[in-house]
Ligand binder design. Structure first.
Ligand SMILES: [Zn+2]
Length: 181
Protein backbone atom coordinates (compact mmCIF):
# COMPACT_ATOMS: atom_id res chain seq x y z
CA UNK A 1 0.00 0.00 0.00
CA UNK A 2 0.91 3.60 -0.41
CA UNK A 3 0.29 5.70 2.69
CA UNK A 4 -3.14 7.17 3.41
CA UNK A 5 -1.59 10.65 3.05
CA UNK A 6 -0.53 9.98 -0.55
CA UNK A 7 -3.98 8.67 -1.49
CA UNK A 8 -5.63 11.67 0.22
CA UNK A 9 -3.45 14.17 -1.67
CA UNK A 10 -4.33 12.51 -4.99
CA UNK A 11 -8.06 12.88 -4.21
CA UNK A 12 -7.67 16.50 -3.08
CA UNK A 13 -5.66 17.36 -6.21
CA UNK A 14 -8.33 15.67 -8.33
CA UNK A 15 -11.02 17.67 -6.55
CA UNK A 16 -9.22 20.96 -7.21
CA UNK A 17 -8.88 20.01 -10.88
CA UNK A 18 -12.48 19.00 -11.60
CA UNK A 19 -14.32 21.13 -9.04
CA UNK A 20 -17.69 22.61 -10.00
CA UNK A 21 -19.70 25.19 -7.98
CA UNK A 22 -22.07 22.52 -6.65
CA UNK A 23 -19.19 20.36 -5.35
CA UNK A 24 -18.96 21.48 -1.73
CA UNK A 25 -16.58 20.48 1.08
CA UNK A 26 -18.55 17.27 1.70
CA UNK A 27 -17.63 16.10 -1.79
CA UNK A 28 -13.93 16.75 -1.08
CA UNK A 29 -14.11 14.93 2.28
CA UNK A 30 -15.93 11.94 0.79
CA UNK A 31 -13.55 11.89 -2.21
CA UNK A 32 -10.62 11.62 0.21
CA UNK A 33 -12.46 8.87 2.07
CA UNK A 34 -13.02 7.01 -1.24
CA UNK A 35 -9.30 7.23 -2.04
CA UNK A 36 -8.23 5.89 1.34
CA UNK A 37 -10.92 3.32 2.18
CA UNK A 38 -9.87 0.43 -0.14
CA UNK A 39 -7.12 -0.35 2.40
CA UNK A 40 -9.75 -1.17 5.03
CA UNK A 41 -9.45 -4.58 3.40
CA UNK A 42 -6.43 -5.27 5.66
CA UNK A 43 -9.11 -6.36 8.14
CA UNK A 44 -9.28 -9.54 6.02
CA UNK A 45 -6.02 -10.68 7.64
CA UNK A 46 -7.73 -10.83 11.05
CA UNK A 47 -10.32 -13.17 9.55
CA UNK A 48 -7.60 -15.45 8.21
CA UNK A 49 -8.30 -14.48 4.58
CA UNK A 50 -4.98 -14.77 2.68
CA UNK A 51 -3.47 -11.86 0.72
CA UNK A 52 -4.03 -13.51 -2.67
CA UNK A 53 -7.73 -14.25 -2.03
CA UNK A 54 -10.25 -12.09 -3.97
CA UNK A 55 -11.36 -10.62 -0.64
CA UNK A 56 -7.78 -10.30 0.59
CA UNK A 57 -5.62 -7.16 0.71
CA UNK A 58 -5.41 -5.36 -2.67
CA UNK A 59 -8.28 -7.55 -3.85
CA UNK A 60 -11.96 -6.72 -4.32
CA UNK A 61 -11.90 -3.21 -2.79
CA UNK A 62 -9.08 -2.26 -5.19
CA UNK A 63 -10.96 -3.47 -8.29
CA UNK A 64 -12.39 -1.29 -11.05
CA UNK A 65 -15.86 -2.78 -10.61
CA UNK A 66 -15.89 -1.96 -6.90
CA UNK A 67 -14.83 1.64 -7.69
CA UNK A 68 -17.77 2.08 -10.06
CA UNK A 69 -20.25 0.41 -7.71
CA UNK A 70 -19.05 2.35 -4.66
CA UNK A 71 -18.93 5.74 -6.42
CA UNK A 72 -22.45 5.42 -7.82
CA UNK A 73 -23.82 4.13 -4.51
CA UNK A 74 -22.22 6.88 -2.41
CA UNK A 75 -23.34 9.66 -4.76
CA UNK A 76 -26.86 8.21 -4.80
CA UNK A 77 -27.08 8.04 -1.00
CA UNK A 78 -25.46 11.37 -0.10
CA UNK A 79 -26.45 13.55 -3.07
CA UNK A 80 -29.83 12.09 -3.91
CA UNK A 81 -31.45 15.54 -3.89
CA UNK A 82 -29.15 17.06 -6.50
CA UNK A 83 -30.16 17.13 -10.19
CA UNK A 84 -29.17 13.94 -12.02
CA UNK A 85 -26.48 15.66 -14.12
CA UNK A 86 -24.71 17.01 -11.01
CA UNK A 87 -25.07 13.70 -9.18
CA UNK A 88 -23.52 11.93 -12.19
CA UNK A 89 -20.49 14.24 -12.12
CA UNK A 90 -20.02 13.69 -8.38
CA UNK A 91 -20.39 9.92 -8.86
CA UNK A 92 -17.66 10.09 -11.54
CA UNK A 93 -15.43 11.97 -9.10
CA UNK A 94 -15.98 9.35 -6.37
CA UNK A 95 -15.32 6.56 -8.88
CA UNK A 96 -12.08 8.28 -9.94
CA UNK A 97 -10.97 8.71 -6.33
CA UNK A 98 -11.69 5.07 -5.42
CA UNK A 99 -9.97 3.69 -8.52
CA UNK A 100 -7.02 6.06 -8.07
CA UNK A 101 -6.15 4.07 -4.95
CA UNK A 102 -5.44 0.85 -6.85
CA UNK A 103 -3.61 2.74 -9.59
CA UNK A 104 -1.25 4.40 -7.08
CA UNK A 105 -0.75 1.06 -5.29
CA UNK A 106 0.18 -0.57 -8.62
CA UNK A 107 3.30 1.65 -8.75
CA UNK A 108 4.53 0.61 -5.29
CA UNK A 109 7.68 -1.43 -4.78
CA UNK A 110 6.24 -4.12 -2.51
CA UNK A 111 3.33 -6.36 -1.64
CA UNK A 112 1.37 -8.31 -4.23
CA UNK A 113 -0.28 -6.89 -7.34
CA UNK A 114 -3.70 -5.25 -7.56
CA UNK A 115 -6.86 -7.25 -8.33
CA UNK A 116 -8.16 -4.70 -10.85
CA UNK A 117 -10.39 -7.19 -12.67
CA UNK A 118 -11.95 -8.99 -9.69
CA UNK A 119 -14.47 -10.72 -9.85
CA UNK A 120 -13.77 -11.65 -13.48
CA UNK A 121 -10.27 -12.91 -12.70
CA UNK A 122 -8.28 -13.08 -9.48
CA UNK A 123 -5.09 -12.15 -11.37
CA UNK A 124 -3.04 -9.42 -9.66
CA UNK A 125 -1.44 -6.60 -11.67
CA UNK A 126 1.46 -4.17 -11.19
CA UNK A 127 2.40 -1.14 -13.30
CA UNK A 128 5.38 -1.69 -15.64
CA UNK A 129 7.45 0.76 -13.53
CA UNK A 130 7.34 0.65 -9.77
CA UNK A 131 8.99 3.51 -7.96
CA UNK A 132 6.68 4.40 -5.03
CA UNK A 133 8.24 3.08 -1.84
CA UNK A 134 5.73 0.68 -0.31
CA UNK A 135 4.26 1.63 3.07
CA UNK A 136 4.00 -0.95 5.83
CA UNK A 137 0.65 -2.65 6.43
CA UNK A 138 1.40 -2.37 10.14
CA UNK A 139 0.42 1.16 11.13
CA UNK A 140 2.72 1.17 14.17
CA UNK A 141 5.68 0.74 11.79
CA UNK A 142 4.53 3.84 9.94
CA UNK A 143 5.32 6.05 12.95
CA UNK A 144 9.04 5.34 12.70
CA UNK A 145 11.96 6.06 10.37
CA UNK A 146 10.26 3.78 7.87
CA UNK A 147 7.18 6.04 7.78
CA UNK A 148 9.29 9.15 7.32
CA UNK A 149 11.19 7.57 4.43
CA UNK A 150 7.93 6.49 2.80
CA UNK A 151 6.46 10.00 3.12
CA UNK A 152 9.61 11.62 1.71
CA UNK A 153 9.49 9.27 -1.26
CA UNK A 154 5.75 9.81 -1.80
CA UNK A 155 6.23 13.56 -1.74
CA UNK A 156 8.21 13.29 -4.99
CA UNK A 157 6.59 10.26 -6.59
CA UNK A 158 2.90 10.87 -5.82
CA UNK A 159 2.02 14.16 -4.13
CA UNK A 160 4.05 16.59 -6.25
CA UNK A 161 3.06 15.02 -9.61
CA UNK A 162 -0.60 15.03 -8.48
CA UNK A 163 -0.46 18.73 -7.54
CA UNK A 164 1.36 19.68 -10.77
CA UNK A 165 -1.15 17.73 -12.88
CA UNK A 166 -4.02 19.35 -11.02
CA UNK A 167 -2.59 22.85 -11.59
CA UNK A 168 -2.18 22.09 -15.30
CA UNK A 169 -5.84 21.04 -15.57
CA UNK A 170 -6.95 24.16 -13.64
CA UNK A 171 -4.95 26.45 -15.99
CA UNK A 172 -6.28 24.58 -19.04
CA UNK A 173 -9.88 24.89 -17.81
CA UNK A 174 -9.41 28.65 -17.22
CA UNK A 175 -7.95 29.13 -20.69
CA UNK A 176 -10.78 27.20 -22.34
CA UNK A 177 -13.37 29.17 -20.38
CA UNK A 178 -12.05 32.55 -21.53
CA UNK A 179 -14.46 34.29 -23.92
CA UNK A 180 -13.32 34.38 -27.53
CA UNK A 181 -12.93 37.75 -29.25
ZN1 LIG B 1 -4.20 -0.29 -1.13
Amino acid sequence: MASAFAHAVVAAAGYAAVRQDYMKGTVLALGIFCAVMPDLDVIAFSFGIPYEHMLGHRGATHSLLFGVFWGVLLAGIVHGRLPASQRRMIALFYIGCTISHGIVDAFTTGGRGIGFLIPFTDERYFAPWRYIKVSSIHWERFFSDHGLRVLQNELWTVMLPAVVLSLLVIVLRRLLRQPRV
